[in-house]
Design a protein around this ligand. Structure first.
Ligand code: SF4
Ligand code: SF4
Length: 248
């Protein structure tokens, strides 16, 4: 494994180990409770930051930071089949969820204060037995079980309530074509070994993307696995404006 991938896997594993502390800052439930009480809480702020980061870094958060990524990639050794369908499912969750937050915030009179540490215990998420049970249920039912049943990073494809913020951010970036982190490829160097497609953590048809010169995909998490695994050095990171990029 290339040093960059060791670093990436190390970062997401540490992030996963810290998940009991950071859990509330990524919670889809606390943001609803906070909206009712007119509070901009930690998860509201982090979801906003994810959206903003996607304007220049795409879904880099998903590939390099997310605690759920660390858990899911650790599970590759237990079940590593490719997930090819169902990306739309997370939108069926996200749209009514965001709608509920907006409606509840409006009905509650709007936001009146900011409390980043809302409902945490000295800034840490799990401060009592109830918090621990909620954490374990989310971890097992939403992240571990789908990965074991459906395969590689199933949570990212089917259930993640954070991914749509970043997908929307990168779509806006694509419309305005400002400089951002992307993949680029030199298709003529490809030896058709299929390594990139077989190893992509998001089960993308990377070799086809290379051949069609369309390296942009809303499910790409910019993890760099395809870059570091390609024996011919076909794929690279790129940071440039839309006019010059080898995407879309
Ligand atoms: S296409 Fe490459 S960078 Fe994107 S998710 Fe797949 S392996 Fe990672
Ligand atoms: S890993 Fe590289 S050489 Fe192999 S199919 Fe993918 S782009 Fe082509």
């Amino acid at each position: 494994m290339k040093p960059r991938q060791k670093l990436r896997k190390g970062i997401i594993l540490v992030s996963f180990f810290l998940f009991p502390a950071t859990f509330y800052y990524l919670s889809p439930v606390l943001i609803i409770q906070a909206a009712i009480n007119g509070v901009i809480n930690g998860s509201f702020i982090l979801f906003l930051l994810m959206f903003l980061s996607a304007l220049v870094l795409g879904r880099g958060y998903c590939g390099w930071v997310c605690p759920g990524a660390g858990c899911q990639e650790a599970l590759f050794s237990a079940r590593n089949n490719r997930v090819k369908k169902g990306d739309y499912v997370k939108w069926l969750i996200w749209v009514p969820w965001v709608g509920a937050i907006v409606i509840l915030a409006v009905r509650g009179g709007g936001y009146s204060r900011i409390d980043f540490f809302y409902q945490t215990t000295h800034g840490l998420s799990i401060g009592d037995l109830g918090g621990l049970i909620a954490y374990l249920m989310v971890l097992f039912l939403l992240i571990v079980l789908p990965a074991l049943i459906f395969g590689r990073r199933s949570f990212c494809h089917h259930l993640c309530w954070m991914a749509p913020f970043m997908i929307l951010g990168r779509e806006i970036r694509n419309v305005f074509e400002w400089p951002s982190l992307l993949l680029k490829a030199e298709a003529e160097k490809c030896t058709h070994c299929h390594t990139c497609t077989e190893n992509c953590p998001m089960s993308l048809p990377v070799e086809n993307m290379v051949q069609s010169a369309k390296m942009e995909n809303s499910e790409c998490i910019l993890c760099g696995t395809c870059i570091d695994g390609c024996p011919a050095g076909v794929i690279q990171y790129d940071y440039r404006t839309g006019k010059n990029r080898v995407t879309l």
